[in-house]
Design a protein. Structure first.
Length: 243
């Protein structure tokens, strides 16, 4: 299997995993930077993630223009992905979702912060982007590159950002990393709400987050990925170089 073909299969699997684990439902999407052309990215046509197949995938320029849409309608919010790839050359995968337990933190002013070691992938700081600040009253959808670039500025060098009244965006340097971080962002959001009912929360320090991220290696993602593949009824293939 070629590098590109393997990447496309992994992207399809990622869509199914995110749906099975409750991070996306009928809406939300994941993309990858093209493994052979960093000036392009790949994501599905506008379709519910758990239904996506390789034939649904479309290649885009960073400005969101399909190279060949083959008559398929793209996601309206593809500009989230292109703008982040444009701003962050090291990023190779992006997830946008409406993960339910995450939403309240974008509308209440309560900071979403890591409290569990498994959730360190969200980083020490999760900023909130409010589309109304620079674009006024809209549908809240990131429908063009101007909005996408504004979101990318708010994301900055962070690993995730909330979108007020809408959802969140998560970035990674691999598909398996971004899926891992997206799932555990939702886990952290639920745990933080529960912990807040009991008393003052002791969050992870910035030093602890850094130490966890330095220790975390491919084996971390691989153990989770194999399980999630089985739950989503998708074939498991080890990442290159992983036994």
């Amino acid at each position: 299997m070629t590098l590109l073909a393997a990447a496309l299969e992994e992207l399809v699997t990622a869509n199914h995993i995110l749906a099975k684990e409750g991070v996306v439902d009928s809406f939300g999407h994941i993309s990858i930077r093209h493994p052979e052309n960093p000036g392009r990215y790949i994501m599905s046509r506008s379709r519910a993630p758990e239904c996506i197949e390789v034939s649904d995938l479309i290649e885009f320029s960073l400005e969101g223009k399909p190279v060949d849409a083959r008559g398929m309608d793209p996601y309206a919010e593809r500009h989230i992905h292109g703008a982040i790839y444009e701003a962050r050359p090291e990023v190779t995968a992006v997830v946008h979702n409406h993960s339910p337990n995450v939403i309240p933190y974008g509308v209440t002013g309560t900071s979403l912060r890591p409290l569990l070691h498994m959730c360190a992938g969200m980083g020490s700081h999760v900023p909130i982007w409010d589309s109304r600040t620079n674009f006024g009253d809209t549908t809240l959808l990131v429908s063009d590159m101007a909005m996408g670039r504004d979101l990318a500025i708010s994301l900055g060098s962070n690993r995730a950002a909330l979108m007020r009244g809408h959802g969140c965006v998560v970035i990674g340097q691999s598909v398996r990393e971004v899926v891992f971080s997206s799932i555990y962002l939702e886990v952290n959001a639920e745990l933080q709400f529960k912990a807040s009912m009991l008393g003052q929360i002791t969050f992870l320090s910035e030093g602890e987050v850094d130490a966890i991220l330095k220790r975390r290696g491919p084996y971390t993602f691989e153990r989770a990925w194999e399980r999630w593949c089985r739950r989503a009824e998708r074939p498991y293939e080890p990442a290159p170089g992983v036994k």
